[in-house]
Structure formats: C-alpha cells, structure tokens
Design a protein around this ligand. Structure first.
Ligand SMILES: Nc1ncnc2c1ncn2[C@@H]1O[C@H](COP(=O)(O)OP(=O)(O)OP(=O)(O)O)[C@@H](O)[C@H]1O
Length: 350
C-alpha cells in the first residue's frame, strides 16, 4: 500500500459544547469529549438524542453555543467553516453527483483544491483500488448499486486526505446483507488508514463492531463513554444497560453483607436494603436441579437459534428472564427449570 494512504491521526476535542436551537430547544447539554488520534468513536443513541448535532459541530456545519470549543490537535477550529476544516463526510444519502462517472465524483474534491491533473489521476486511481472500485471508474453513479455508491462516497471523502472522517448512518439505507459486508469493509478501511473517525448510528451491532469506543447518548447528554466491552459489561446506568443488547432485571435484598435473590443468598458487600440487579442472558445458566439452582421458574418460550437456545423463563415473582443456553436443549413451554447465576456477573443498577 502506498504511504500516502496513512493519514495523520489528529485528535479531536470538544470542550463545553452545548447546542441550543433558535427558539430555545436544547439539542445538546454541555459536552466535553476527547477523541484520540486514529480512533474510531461511535455516537450511539435513540432518535433525537443529539448524535447528528454533535457530528455537525465537529464538521463545522453547526456552531456550538458561545463558550464551546472544537479543537483539531492544538488548533481551535470553532470559528472555521466546514470547507476550511478539511474533514471528509459520508452520509446515509450518498450525496454523489448522479451524472458524473465514479472517477469524476472521486476527483471532484481534488479539482476544487486545484490539485494538478497528473496527481489527481494518480490519487483517484489509488483510492479506487483501495475501495475495489477500479472496474467501475467510467460508470455513471446511477448505474451503481447502493453498496457501490456508498463505496464511491467513501472514496470521495478520503481522497482529499481529510484530518477527520465523519460518517452519519452510512449503512442505514442498505439491506441487511450489504450492510454487514460494507461494515466489514469500513472497518478494514479505518484500520488501514489510521484516520480519526466519528461514526453516528442508532444500531448497536454496528457500534459494537466498529467502535474503539462508543459514546452512548440520551436526550442531549452523554450517558456513557467506553469500549464496547465496558459498555456491554459495565453499563453506567439502566438506560445504557437496556439500550445495548438484552438485559435481565432481578430484584434482591441485601442484609448483613449477603444478597437474597430468588431462593438463594450470595455474599454481597453493600449497605442493607433492596437492590435492583442486572444480568445478561448468557450469564444465567440452566442448573441440574434445585440443589445447585438459585432461581426457579417455568419456560414461557424456547427459541432454537442454531448455536444456542434462547429461553424465556417466568419466575414465580418478578419479570420474565431471558436465558441463553449453549448446546442442545429440548425444553418446552411449561417445563420447570432452575437457573444458576454467577454472582461475579451480577450488576447492581447504579
Ligand atoms: N436545525 C434544527 N433546528 C431545530 N431543531 C433541530 C435542528 N436539527 C435538529 N434539531 C433537533 O435537535 C434534536 C437532536 O437532533 P439530532 O439530529 O442531533 O438527533 P439524532 O440523535 O442524530 O437523531 P436521529 O438518529 O433521528 O438523526 C432533535 O430533537 C431534533 O429534532
């Protein structure tokens, strides 16, 4: 791979960035965030939580409320418009020129920047190769599939060697299978280029697969920043726990350093009182029987998923529990089961 593909890994910092719309609605509470150079950071959250607004602040398409600052490395870019920030952007709607060829679309940004014809051809060629688009160079955009268009959009964003790559739901318009393959391709691309990338999505699978770190947002605030594993295994609160993957809730009571939950009691160093506990489906296991079980219930549903069976178990009191059992299970609706919990995997809701 040519050296030119290794882009500068520019850190990005948001300092006290809030956003209030004319009329007074707050899209973003004051946000402080340091994005490391070369990192892929994913903004994840439900519709309207402020993900796109944050991305647009980094792009220079919106300004933060007075006092907020956006920095690229040591440079304060808060007052710079998008065309002077040198960012690459990829949107859900490809935003390509439909009547131009693939090569002309990719070359466009270089032409605007007055890059010489020879260098333009060389860089477009390199980028088309990198994106496996070489054979389509002469095709018009309206002769391409959705996935191919999005690869052109990526090539066009990257060919100008941006300081930061910004991606706003780039896979949302594609069908599921294409989404998976392009997601893998984007992952490969970001690792290869070492570029700082900010990726907005409402799809947790995409966030987990692509993010070095994930910023989970809710109602204009950051609910948690962490690696996919941290977000999954140590959710900061009930919102994050419920938003990422499937989470079970159990009610328990702490007394004298022990936790009473279901029919069992486990060592639990916490102040006395009721607690709400969280546990993932894969951290509940079928017990052989009452003797080694902690919780009992009846099977309300058993869904065979090939590599595992997902059970919904209804305890005598409390909400239904989702349990993933590896291997074969011939349990059926109505069967009585005992479940084991690994106390190390129980999380108290903060
Ligand atoms: N130009 C605007 N003027 C007024 N309100 C806006 C404007 N743009 C966005 N909003 C509002 O700001 C809030 C945050 O919007 P934003 O687009 O950042 O959310 P989002 O998390 O990206 O959601 P989605 O996934 O639906 O795109 C929403 O309530 C939205 O309606």
């Amino acid at each position: 791979m040519p050296d030119s593909f290794h882009l500068d890994a520019v850190p990005v910092r948001l300092e006290g960035c809030s956003k209030t719309w004319p009329g007074g609605a707050r899209a973003l509470e004051p946000l402080d965030l340091a994005i490391h150079g070369g990192e892929t950071i994913v903004f994840l959250g439900p519709s309207g939580c402020g993900k796109t607004t944050t991305l647009r602040l980094i792009a220079g398409l919106e300004s933060p409320d007075p006092g907020g600052r956006v920095l690229f490395g040591d440079e304060d870019v808060t007052a710079l418009p998008i065309e002077r920030r040198n960012v690459g952007m990829v949107f859900q709607s490809y935003a390509l020129f439909p009547n131009m060829t693939v090569a002309e679309n990719v070359a466009y940004g270089l032409k605007v920047r007055k890059v010489s014809r020879g260098e333009r051809a060389a860089r477009v060629g390199e980028m088309l190769d990198l994106m496996h688009l070489g054979e389509f160079a002469g095709r018009r955009i309206d002769q391409l599939s959705g996935g191919q268009r999005q690869r052109v959009a990526l090539a066009r964003a990257l060919v100008v060697r941006p300081r930061v790559l910004l991606l706003d739901e780039p896979l949302t318009a594609l069908d599921a299978k294409l989404r998976d393959s392009l997601r893998l391709e984007i992952d490969r691309l970001l690792r290869t280029l070492g570029i700082t990338a900010v990726y907005v999505t409402h799809d947790q699978g995409e966030a987990m697969a692509l993010g070095d770190r994930i910023v989970v947002m809710a109602r204009g605030r950051v609910a948690q920043v962490g690696t996919p594993r941290e977000i999954y295994y140590q959710p900061a609160d009930g919102f994050v726990a419920d938003f990422i993957g499937t989470m079970n809730r159990l009610s328990g009571r702490v007394g004298g350093g022990r936790l009473a939950v279901g029919r069992t009691s486990l060592p639990w160093p916490a102040p006395d009182g009721p607690v709400e506990l969280l546990v993932r489906p894969e951290d509940l296991a079928l017990a052989d029987g009452e003797a080694d079980g902690h919780l009992d219930g009846r099977v309300a549903a058993a869904v065979f998923l090939g590599d595992r069976t997902r059970l919904v178990v209804e305890p005598p009191d409390g909400p239904a529990l989702t349990v993933d059992t590896a291997g074969r299970s011939d349990l059926a609706r109505g069967d009585r089961v005992w479940l084991r919990v690994d106390p190390a995997r129980l999380l108290a809701v903060p």
